[in-house]
Design a protein around this ligand. Structure first.
Ligand code: NAD
Length: 485
């Protein structure tokens, strides 16, 4: 296999193009994409003018009308071809993800291979066949899952290919067409993946348009879009919901999180510390369901803090192209500035930094894994979604108090409880106001997520579910066929 640097040079030497009706989309201009490890521009990305949205929808509608007549078997075959195509180009796509997003190359490769295949195979193994509601002497009544039409997929920058495929797989399997808009920070791997997929997908079935927030707004407002599947921040989610209202679009909103973990007094610090550290710092903390706040019993604080520092200090921060790297840079300057500001603010308000706590003195947006203690909910680092590699520790004395403090957030994506007493863990988990409550794990462990587990938030963390049969059905509408005998 060629070296990553050679692969990247070759990938960047080819022009990037959006995909419109199976061919290169015309560009109205372009914008720069930076490598966060160097701060240098690596490519110009073509920008689709918002006035092309109408043509994209028209092409998608025509493709969708044909696609809706296909069987689930035909759709599954196509989705498996998509998985094969992504796998065949995974080396190229992975170097693009690492170069534009910063994450370690192995994690970038997993996005284009195992994770993508998991979504594509998983959704296309689910059963959407009609449900028989009544079948007696008088009538037969069936509930059919019909497609919605054209779906707009609006994507953030933390998992560009994974998030795209997690929307593409259920949308297409349910019989819809898709229009993808990647984040302007990380458009390159997605554009290239869709260029490769032109040889697999019927023209128009998946359109890919690159641009900034104005392009997203144009898609969300357009009356020909039937559903918006949005993943991104809570403020943008609110804007998407408002803009979708006039045309009454279906919506799935996967929004921000501020996940709390509650350690119970009988937990073993040495055993749980490496798992907690991975859950907080995976992808440099830029995971919507990363551990963001840790509630620790006062009696366990010192022992756990020591183990956490020891586990965090083993993580190597570096360029994602370095095979030794565990944590890459923060994905963009704006996110880096947020993390710097929030950690500094917490320190000024009395938090004690146990490790990390300041950006690395080198080009790029590198921030080390940071543990802080003596934290309170009055600090923005605790109260807001910081989306970075910082974990504040908050001590408590009574479990009821910890649950109340964990729940006193507008966010409710996921949470976790850490204890060898599984029944006690289940009792606390049931009281957490969140879409997923883990026991003795949190997001980053291999058993924490699967395409068959419905995932999503409560409160300001979102509306609807992705993944699982619930997630698939969000790309359908039910039609009842009621036949009198
Ligand atoms: P963001 O909300 O700034 O942008 C997300 C996407 O929305 C981008 O493509 C952007 O161009 C587009 N956009 C911006 N304004 C728009 C508008 N008014 N109308 C339509 N589209 C618009 O989010 P981000 O900074 O890219 O991503 C980080 C956020 O995403 C974090 O809050 C994180 O928690 C969240 N996230 C949530 C999940 C989840 O599953 N719940 C998963 C990953 C990320």
């Amino acid at each position: 296999m060629p070296e990553p640097a050679a692969l990247l040079d070759a990938a960047l030497a080819l022009p990037f193009t959006g995909t419109l009706n199976g061919a290169a989309a015309p560009a109205a201009g372009d914008f720069g994409v930076e490598n966060p490890a160097t701060g240098r521009e690596i490519a110009r990305c073509p920008e689709t003018a918002p006035n092309l949205v109408g043509g994209a929808i028209e092409g998608a509608r025509e493709a969708q009308a044909r696609w809706a007549t296909t069987s689930f078997e035909v759709r599954r075959e196509l989705l498996l071809e998509v998985a094969d195509c992504l796998e065949a180009h995974a080396d190229e796509l992975a170097v693009l993800i690492t170069a534009e997003q910063g994450k370690p190359l192995s994690a970038a490769r997993a996005e284009c291979s195992a994770m993508a295949r998991g979504s594509l195979e998983g959704f296309s193994s689910m059963d959407l066949s009609p449900r028989i509601l009544v079948d007696d002497a008088a009538q037969r009544v069936e509930a059919h899952a019909r497609p919605l039409g054209v779906v707009a997929a609006i994507i953030p920058w933390n998992f560009p290919i994974h998030t795209t495929i997690q929307k593409l797989a259920p949308a297409l399997y349910a019989g819809n067409a898709l229009i993808v808009k990647p984040s302007p920070y990380t458009p390159l791997a997605t554009l290239r993946a869709m260029e490769h997929l032109r040889s697999v997908l019927p023209p128009g079935l998946v359109q890919t348009l690159a641009g900034g927030d104005a392009l997203g707004q144009a898609l969300v407002k357009a009356s020909g879009v039937d559903k918006v599947s949005f993943t991104g921040s809570t403020p943008t989610g609110r804007a998407v919901m408002a803009a979708s209202a006039p045309s009454l679009k279906h919506l799935t909103l996967e929004l921000g999180g501020n996940d709390a973990g509650i350690v119970l007094a009988d937990a073993d610090p040495r055993e749980i510390a490496p798992l907690l550290v991975r859950s907080a710092f995976n992808n440099s903390g830029q995971v919507c369901h990363a551990l963001k706040r840790l509630y620790v019993p006062s009696t366990l604080h010192d022992a756990l803090a020591e183990e956490l520092v020891s586990a965090a200090s083993k993580l190597k921060v570096g360029d994602g192209f370095d095979a030794e790297t565990d944590l890459g840079p923060l994905a963009n300057r704006a996110q880096f500035d947020i993390v710097c500001r929030l950690v500094e603010d917490a320190r000024e308000r009395g938090a004690r930094v146990l490790c990390g706590g300041a950006p690395l003195d080198r080009p790029g947006t590198f921030y080390p894994p940071t543990l802080l203690t003596d934290c309170t909910e009055s600090m923005a680092l605790v109260a807001e979604e910081q989306f970075g590699p910082a974990l504040p520790l908050l001590t408590y004395d009574e479990v009821d108090e910890a649950v109340a403090r964990a729940n006193a957030s507008e966010k409710g994506l996921s949470g976790s409880v850490w204890t060898p007493d599984i029944e006690a863990g289940e009792r606390v988990a049931a009281r957490l106001e969140c879409g997923t409550a883990w026991i003795n794990q949190h997001s980053a462990q291999p058993t924490a997520n699967h395409v068959s587990f419905p995932f999503g938030g409560v409160k300001a963390s979102g509306i609807g579910r992705e993944r699982g049969e619930e997630g698939l059905r969000e790309y359908t509408q039910t039609q009842v066929i009621n036949r009198r005998k």
